[in-house]
Design a protein around this ligand. Structure first.
Ligand SMILES: Cc1cc2nc3c(=O)[nH]c(=O)nc-3n(C[C@H](O)[C@H](O)[C@H](O)COP(=O)(O)OP(=O)(O)OC[C@H]3O[C@@H](n4cnc5c(N)ncnc54)[C@H](O)[C@@H]3O)c2cc1C
Length: 526
């Protein structure tokens, strides 16, 4: 019996079966065995009538966009395959990011406090035998997904939105004037599954990384990178009110650098082991990574496995594609949340990512509907190229190692120690945005300069590690980041002129302004 079987067998909800299911899917990704999807069809003929302005498929993060649009008066239907309820495990985020929910009128300040389940300070960053670095107020707030979704569901219904639970998206036909969506209803296990149709001006895909639309758009191409994560929420640890944002204490193992995260949660302590890799067939399975977790956890948290009462098993894998965010080619279709690939390849914080972009998305979709800008180019402008995301690809590469690549076993720890020491020396304005997945040009330029001066040997070794090709691509994104940062104030100065434009031109101008603003990480400053 494996350690994972011993530790998880008695938990409710069959996590072992879920782990096997996730591992089967991960194997398909590694071996290039993903079934092709053909769920979107295009046809020129117009629909006779269009009932909805927006149909959102997938409720977990989809409801956030749903409330925003319903509150603006659009006819919104939300289709959720299961029940609209969040998972038990908290989402970690920084408090300053959560103000988006109150600013947009999705929650009152009191409701926001009610959904905050835990909060801790400070958090540690440490690599190998490098000095620990402590930060406050970064990803230190645990939001209760159940409580949040319950409140958002009420707001959605109160604003006139219609919720269709146990209704699974099956396929859609994009017509000239709307989309016909076919879904399967599952009212109860005993009843047959009646097929349902919805007609809508816009179909929003919020069905996550494994959405059938994503599979059709991405084809059977392997992801360019992945993040694998396993962990638990458990009781039995010594009292510890501090957390770890990112810590590594082992050399390379199985051609992976393991990173750890730990923090107090509402009902125990959450610990994660995560690692970055490519989709080589020889890579570790989630089950194997879980075995590593159990073997290393006692050393990491100074606890024996016998002392632990595991509450929940947590695991997943996150496929990332260089060609992101994803723009659908069909028109009248838009990806939001994990399906859009709009978070950095370093992060598994998809909740945080949508919160950062929620105001932009809701305002943009509202404007797209109002000006009837619903073609592929117009909607593509809502998920634009963002150089501040693309530059993080090199960091992903430098925090991972190829299956056959020779690399000193402490290289990644040393490189990260040097980089974070440089950021710490430059102060919080440099360090904090980076830790929250926002890269800004001045901070990045100063960090690279500082690290190169202080630890030239370590930085130089990154070049052969990532390869000249990756470095060249990165330089293009880095230059774009500089360009976007310089252009953003100019674009914003054009506001009075842009407001005089006709609706369609104004729509595109606003998207251009947003792409510069968000693409240069300036959203962090507001
Ligand atoms: C272990 C782990 C820890 C995490 N920790 C954090 C964290 O601390 N902070 C953070 O910000 N993020 C975190 N995340 C990421 C976060 O959970 C995801 O980013 C978020 O759940 C993505 O939401 P989504 O709605 O885009 O996709 P999903 O969560 O995949 O949800 C998709 C939704 O679509 C529905 N659906 C699927 N298929 C259909 C269909 N055919 N028809 C209708 N509905 C359908 C599903 O039922 C589901 O409700 C973590 C993830 C994991 C796995």
């Amino acid at each position: 019996m494996s350690l994972t079987e011993q530790m998880l067998a008695s938990l409710p909800g069959s996590p072992l079966a879920g782990l096997k299911q996730a591992d089967d899917l991960w194997l398909r990704y590694r071996t290039g065995n993903l079934p092709a999807a053909q769920v979107i069809h295009q046809t020129e003929a117009p629909l006779e009538a269009v009932e909805w302005d927006v149909v959102i498929c997938g409720g977990t993060l989809g409801v956030l966009v749903g409330v925003g649009l319903a509150q603006r008066g659009w006819r919104v239907a939300l289709l959720e395959r299961g029940q609209l309820q969040g998972r038990q495990q908290e989402w970690n985020i920084s408090r300053r990011e959560l103000t988006a929910l109150t600013d947009l009128g999705l929650l009152t300040a009191a409701e926001l406090e009610e959904v905050i389940a835990s909060e801790y300070n400070p958090a540690r960053i440490q690599f190998g035998d490098g000095e620990p670095l402590w930060v406050n107020d970064v990803l230190n707030v645990g939001v209760d997904p159940r409580g949040l979704l319950e409140r958002l569901k009420d707001k959605f219904l109160a604003a006139g939105g219609k919720l269709f639970e146990r209704t699974a998206f099956e396929a859609a036909w994009v017509h000239a004037n709307g989309v016909l969506v076919k879904a399967m209803g599952k009212p109860s296990p005993e009843e047959p599954e009646p097929s349902q149709s919805f007609t809508t001006r816009l179909l929003v895909d919020a069905m996550g990384h494994f959405s059938p639309l994503v599979r059709q758009a991405r084809g059977t191409a392997k992801p360019d990178a992945l993040c694998l994560v396993v962990g638990t929420c458990a009781e039995g640890f010594a009292k510890n009110e501090t957390g770890d944002l990112i810590v590594s204490f082992t050399p390379l193992r199985h051609q992976c650098q393991y990173f750890w995260e730990a923090f107090p949660a509402r009902d125990g302590r959450t610990t994660y082991l995560f690692t970055y890799m490519d989709a080589d067939p020889r890579r570790l399975s989630l089950g194997e990574l879980f075995e590593e977790y159990w073997q290393l956890l006692p050393e990491y948290q100074q606890v024996s496995l016998e002392e632990l009462q595991v509450k929940r098993a947590l695991f997943g894998f996150f496929p990332c594609y260089r060609h992101s965010p994803l723009q659908y080619p069909w028109g009248r279709t838009l990806a939001v949340g994990d399906s859009s690939g709009s978070q950095s390849p370093l992060s598994f914080g998809g909740f945080g990512a949508i919160i950062r972009h929620l105001e932009r998305l809701v305002r943009g979709i509202d404007e797209a509907l109002a000006s009837d800008c619903l073609g592929p180019t117009a909607l593509g402008a809502l998920q634009p190229y963002q150089p501040n995301l693309s530059v993080t690809w090199l960091f992903q590469r430098s925090m991972s190692v190829g299956v056959d690549q020779p690399l000193a076993e402490q290289h990644i720890n040393r490189m990260l120690t040097a980089m974070f020491a440089a950021m710490a020396q430059l102060g919080e304005p440099t360090l904090k945005p980076f830790l929250q997945d926002v890269v800004q040009f001045p901070a990045l330029a100063k960090t690279l300069a500082m690290a190169s001066i202080k630890s030239p040997g370590v930085v130089a070794k990154v070049i052969p590690q990532v390869g000249i090709g990756s470095l060249g691509t990165w330089l293009k994104h880095y230059s774009s980041l500089a360009g976007y940062s310089a252009l953003d104030p100019l674009a914003r100065a054009l506001d009075p002129l842009i407001e005089l434009l006709p609706p369609v031109q104004r729509y595109y101008s606003h998207r251009w302004q947003d792409s510069l603003f968000y693409g240069s990480g300036k959203d962090y400053d507001i």
